[in-house]
Structure formats: structure tokens, C-alpha cells
Design a protein. Structure first.
Length: 227
């Protein structure tokens, strides 16, 4: 049985090349990192409670960088979540996945072979909106990947247990009207132990719970290799 401490190395060794979770026609040199943490003083002048204002900031940043996708956010401490009681009730503000910000309707791809573990429309304000979780079993190791902020049509015809092939289109990105009221983006997260969750898993945690989630949800960059 694999220990949690060996899991990141296992993930990193699954591929020597970056694994795609977005439209494979987007070249990797069109991805740029973005800082949406509370330490980014440029965000102090942005109403991050407004998906329109935050979206404009992100779009302008992507354009300035001559990119098509902005990525980042693993373990980022953010003020974005202060607007929602979904997070404030237990002071959750540390982001556990990687966000990839780009246009609504961008195809979302399966980075690895897997089956549909579960899916759900998480409709609370500030939540994921439509969400898919895949289960992977590779070299005797089981783990899960979560895809949040999808379009409604992404979960319309899914079935639990459905096989998804690496590189196959899994979904498309939703817009602010369905994705929890965020600018369009993919929340991608790796989960070792899904516990008893179905179609959902915490994507933001409190400082008190950080050590557990850091172990259970290692850096998605072990698969994506964007930096």
C-alpha cells in the first residue's frame, strides 16, 4: 500500500511531459501564471466580489501577457472567498487546487484514463457549480481528480462508472451564470482519499485543516507541469 508521502512522487512520475486538462490546441507557451492571493496589492483596487470586475482584471492580465490561459492558485490564501457564507462560516480561504482561467466553453480534457466517480451541480453562491470527479486506478494506486466550474451540459448525459480515455473531452467550462458566479475557469484538484464525498470535495480549506489537505490534495502541477 502506498503511503501518502510517496504519492506526489508517484504522480510526478506518471508522465515526463505536461498532461493536458484544457483544449490541446492551446500551446503551452500561451499559459501564464497569475497571482490572485491577498498579497497581490493590485487586487486591492478590484472588487473581487464581482465576477465581472474580477473577470476584467484577469482578461486584462492575460492580454498583457499575450497569453490565452492564466493559471495558479495552489495553496494561495485568497480574499475572493470573503463574499460567500459558503466559506466564511469556517474561515476557509486557502485554495487547494489549480485554477486555469480562460474562456467559457473551452473544452476540458481528461489528463489520464479513468471512470466517472460522481458528478453534481453544486449550486451555492461561490461554489463549484457543475462538477465532475474521475476515479483513476494506475499501477494499483487509486486516486481522484476533480473538475469544477463546468457548463451545465457537461453533466447532462454523464453516467457513473463511464470510462473516460486520456485526452478525451470530458466537459466544457461554464460561465458566471452557472459556475458559482466566477469568471470562467477550471478548478482542477487531485484527491487521494475522496472520503464519503460525491460530486463534491472541499476546494478551499482553513489554516487549521491545512496539513491534512496538503497531504490529501497534492499540487496539481505534479501532473500539469506548468512550472
Amino acid at each position: 500500500m502506498m503511503h501518502f508521502k510517496d504519492f506526489p512522487e508517484f504522480l510526478n512520475n506518471l508522465s515526463s511531459k505536461p498532461l493536458c486538462v484544457l483544449d490541446a490546441s492551446i500551446p503551452f507557451d500561451k499559459f501564464t501564471s497569475i497571482n490572485l492571493s491577498k498579497t497581490n496589492i493590485k487586487l486591492h483596487a478590484v472588487n473581487v466580489s464581482s465576477s465581472m470586475a474580477l473577470g476584467q482584471y484577469i482578461d486584462n492580465y492575460i492580454e498583457k501577457e499575450e497569453a490565452l490561459v492564466a493559471y495558479g492558485g495552489y495553496l494561495e490564501v485568497r480574499n475572493i472567498y470573503n463574499r460567500s457564507q459558503h466559506f466564511n462560516k469556517d474561515t476557509r480561504n486557502i485554495h487547494l487546487g489549480m485554477d486555469l482561467w480562460c474562456n467559457a466553453e473551452t473544452p476540458v480534457l481528461a489528463p489520464l484514463n479513468g471512470t466517472v466517480h460522481s458528478f453534481k451541480n453544486n449550486t451555492q453562491f461561490g461554489d463549484y457549480g457543475p462538477t465532475i470527479i474521475l476515479k483513476h486506478a494506475i499501477e494499483g494506486v487509486e486516486f481522484y481528480t476533480l473538475y469544477g466550474h463546468l457548463s451545465l451540459k457537461s453533466i447532462a448525459n454523464l453516467q457513473v462508472g463511464e470510462w473516460v480515455k486520456q485526452g478525451e473531452q470530458l466537459a466544457t467550462l461554464g460561465d458566471a451564470s452557472v459556475n458559482g458566479d466566477y469568471p470562467p475557469h477550471l478548478h482542477f484538484q487531485i484527491i487521494k482519499d475522496i472520503e464519503n464525498y460525491y460530486g463534491d470535495y472541499p476546494g478551499v480549506c482553513s489554516k487549521a485543516d491545512l496539513e491534512f489537505y496538503k497531504t490529501n490534495c497534492p499540487n496539481p502541477n505534479f501532473l500539469l507541469k506548468l512550472y
